[in-house]
Design a protein around this ligand. Sequence first.
Ligand code: TGC
Ligand code: FAD
Length: 388
Amino acid sequence: AQTFKWDDPFDMDGRLTEDERAIQQAARSYAREKLLPRVVAAFRDETFDRAIMTELGEMGFLGAMLPEQYGGSGVSHVAYGLIAREIEAVDSGYRSAMSVQSSLAMYPIYAFGSEEQKMRFLPRMAAGELVGCFGLTEADGGSDPASMKTKAEAVEGGYRLNGGKYWITNSPISDLAVVWAKLDGVIRGFIVERGFEGFTTTKIGDKLSLRASITGDIGLTDVFVPEANLLPSVKGLRGPFSCLNKARYGIAWGAMGAAEFCFHATRDYVGERMLFGRPLSSRQLVQKKLAEMQTEIFLGFEGAYALGRLLDTGAWVPEAISLMKRNNCGKALAIAREARDMHGGAGITGEMHVMRHAMNLETVNTYEGAHDVHALILGRAITGESAF
Ligand code: TGC
Ligand code: FAD
């Protein structure tokens, strides 16, 4: 007979392919040995170590789902999710850096770029040699990207871009930005390279969340973008949203990875913390909270796993991604806050990690479609009424 595994109640490990198991193991070792030791200082000092991109590239984690000719290794959506789970167990900011590169910068070039663009950028991005960012959000239109003001106009040999983007992960260290702008009123994607005149990026400081991830703006003043840098194969919001589908799916795994870390840390802590002559873990209130964390985490992983298999076979729809992104981010945030509480005062320290996770998950619950925006996407699908 099987025994109940408190840390893997549905035996997900047994349902992964050998490759997926190996990739998860590699991601876990890298994250715990190389990222965890530097994250407390990075978060405190609000710095992102550029070398991490090179390391992620060496590990094969950037654009891992893409075919080999473009630097990827054709891994499954489940494997991509498992990488996100292990990296975000250390810090949502590190997972951010990775998912922006893979899903938001490499994926649009792969899906909508010319062969020349793919060969020029993707292998070097997969290696972490070039860092990309994704410019969709503007200061005035976060949840409503259709209202963007950034404009492109056709000029001889290419386009002239004017406008600006805000809240852009990796922008200050990026070598290229996939910028979405309106050309004759229609949203198009442009690859804007570092060094193009009029293209600027400035770091946003004093964030109280995702401090180990670098965020900035993008300024575009009369930036000339050659014809060769227009993404030829997509028009309209479907372009950026196709990238968001991939990233939101990865976040569904990643957020639960952070929650899982908090669950393990809390189980260890209450097992050792002696109060009133007994370990905290012997208390009913404490056990109930652990049971609730466990339930939400492993249901969340099951949903993400099912969605990953659907993505692999092509039988998915965007609303299912909204459901999982929303559920897992909201639940992970609640779990991290509870974990902080159960650690008592110790929970506010850097070395315990749980409060950092809670602070990070505030952003994760907001970006890539805020929690309530995904509720409205689902509400529209349920009722046929748009309530945006
Ligand atoms: P709507 O009418 O719903 O759709 C407009 C067009 O887009 C198509 N579309 C999709 N296509 C593929 N996948 C999806 N998920 C799609 N969703 C929509 C749709 O079919 C339609 O196409 P067409 O050809 O008919 O025109 O557009 P709307 O303006 O009503 O949209 C409303 C809403 C709220 C759903 C949408 O704007 C939304 O999702 N807002 C949230 C914005 C958001 O997620 N921003 C993310 C920015 S990037 C980011 O946060 C990165 S952080 C990364 C990190 O650090 O990890
Ligand atoms: P708003 O859209 O102003 O929303 C404010 C509140 O209103 C939210 O609670 C929302 O749920 C609610 N709301 C919105 N519309 C409705 C409605 N119709 N009815 C009821 N309630 C509503 N963007 C990029 O393009 N690229 C990036 O790399 C990127 N990285 C980011 C990194 C960080 C650290 C952060 C914080 C953000 C990042 N973003 C990025 C932007 C992110 O996607 C937006 O912050 C997000 O989409 C929400 O937009 P907003 O912040 O303008 O909030």
